[in-house]
Write a protein that binds this ligand. Structure first.
Ligand code: AMP
Ligand code: GLY
Length: 432
């Protein structure tokens, strides 16, 4: 089968890496891909935002299945364009991708269908939002969210009124995120640990993936500003079977049924970002795609062939799929450029990749890299995801950092505590 993967991050390298191992794969393309995908697929210089060019490419190269990695093309309607030409694509149509594309839609949808989430209100008028904040309608800390894609930067956790008003101004009056600032979601702050719960779905049935946990903050012990994700780990103990059943029953099934009822049947990866509160799981957000860097650890634990699973999803018969997972643990440590998530330099040569790749059960997923004159250079904030799999979390963490220690580039920064939060959970000493 000829397959096209759209995107250029670590998540897309992981998808391409897994597809590359499929005996059903004939030709693999990545648009635009990165320095890592260049080694196992043909990189095509088309941006993930250029839907007409992607469509033309898929038609002219007889692509039989397309996987949309990032959210932006899904929210822009790539699913509708491809399907209107009879092409198979993994990912929801535009109407269904609104679950990620609009926070206000997602919150109202959850309210309509009784899906547990933080209490909230949506505002279109900044003066009214300001009044509500000043009048004590919301307790502090309070969470403010721009209503649309904001590259992960549109969420503000505000400890007091001053901060909340400054966030409101940035989003609604200064339009830092453009049109996403037309509406603002103000919601209750939830306490707990976050987990990422993804399913493969054809709109009717869903098969859960192994759970994972992201590390969003830039510094160790979850300090400092949020990033796109500095690492992740996956162990089954994050979500024991009874909790998985509860999440499926309270979140995933009502979400899929609700979307179908509203004429927005949802096909693709459904990602629920959950806060495990004292009262049970609450949805922080839905994403219409694989998480990054969660996918890197989840796919290293996938035993089954990914290609027929994705194909079955796109064809509407996910139930026929075999989805088996490796026991144990997966860990991904993100290597970032100094300065990220603020400004950083690019073009630094990366050394030690071959030495790191020699280690068993270790795989390096490229994110911000390019291949130039047979050298791999940095080209983004998150540069590499160093992943390891092992029978236990402790061993997987050691393997991942062993590989990290073999890699170098000027200004390389990474967190030293990826996965540590999972150790007491794996030992059964702590439950979410
Ligand atoms: P979101 O894009 O909505 O998932 O928000 C990004 C991050 O902000 C989440 O991963 C959480 O760490 C944090 N966050 C969002 N909503 C809340 C909330 N209601 N309470 C506490 N933290 C939140
Ligand atoms: N790791 C969070 C996300 O992919 O949105």
């Amino acid at each position: 089968m000829n397959v096209l993967v759209i995107g250029s991050g670590g998540r897309e390298h992981a998808i391409a890496w897994k597809l590359h191992r499929s005996p059903l794969l004939k030709k693999l393309y990545c648009a635009p891909g990165n320095g890592g995908t260049a080694c196992l697929a043909e990189n095509v210089p088309i941006s993930s935002a250029d839907i007409p060019a992607l469509l033309e490419f898929a038609v002219s190269h007889k692509v039989e299945l397309t996987v949309a990695g990032p959210e932006a093309p899904l929210v822009a309607g790539i699913g509708d364009y491809f399907r209107s030409r009879g092409l198979l694509l993994v990912g929801p149509n535009q109407k269904a991708a609104a679950l990620e594309g609009s926070k206000a839609f997602a919150k109202d949808f959850m309210r309509r269908h009784g899906i547990p989430t933080a209490a909230y209100e949506v505002f279109e008028d900044p003066d009214l939002a300001e009044k509500a904040l000043a009048s004590g309608t919301f307790e502090f800390p309070v969470v403010l969210k721009a209503d649309g894609l904001a590259a992960g930067k549109g969420v503000y956790i505000c400890n007091d009124l001053k901060n909340a008003l400054s966030a409101l101004n940035e989003v609604m009056r200064q339009r830092r995120f453009g049109e996403s600032g037309r509406r603002l979601v103000i919601e209750e702050y939830l306490k707990g640990e976050e987990i990422s719960f993804m399913v493969f779905t054809d709109g009717e049935h869903a098969i859960p993936m192994v759970p994972s946990q992201d590390h969003k903050a830039i510094y160790d012990n979850d300090k400092g500003p949020n990033t796109g994700g500095m690492g992740a780990y996956s162990i089954d103990a994050l979500v024991p079977p009874s909790l998985q059943e509860r999440i499926m029953k309270e979140v995933i099934v009502p979400a899929l049924q609700g979307m179908s009822l509203e004429g927005r049947t949802y096909q693709g990866i459904l990602y629920a970002g959950l806060m495990m509160t004292a009262h049970g799981p609450r949805v922080l957000e839905f994403n219409a795609r694989f998480g990054d860097p969660e996918t890197q650890v989840v796919l290293t634990r996938l035993q089954s062939d990914l290609l027929p699973i994705l194909q079955a999803m796109a064809l509407g018969n996910i139930q026929s799929s075999t989805v088996e997972w490796k026991p144990g643990a997966g860990v991904c440590v993100v290597l970032a450029a100094e300065g990220y998530p603020g400004s950083y330099e690019s073009g630094k040569e990366i050394s030690g990749l071959e030495m790191a790749a020699e280690l068993t059960d270790t795989v390096l997923f490229h994110a911000g890299t390019t291949l130039s004159d047979s050298k791999i250079l940095t080209s983004g904030g998150r540069v590499l995801g160093v992943c390891a799999h092992s029978g236990s979390l402790e061993a997987a963490i050691m393997k991942a950092y062993d590989a990290v220690n073999r890699i170098h580039f000027e200004g390389m920064y990474y967190r030293k505590d990826i996965g540590l939060k999972g150790l007491p959970k794996e030992r059964g000493e702590q439950r979410l």
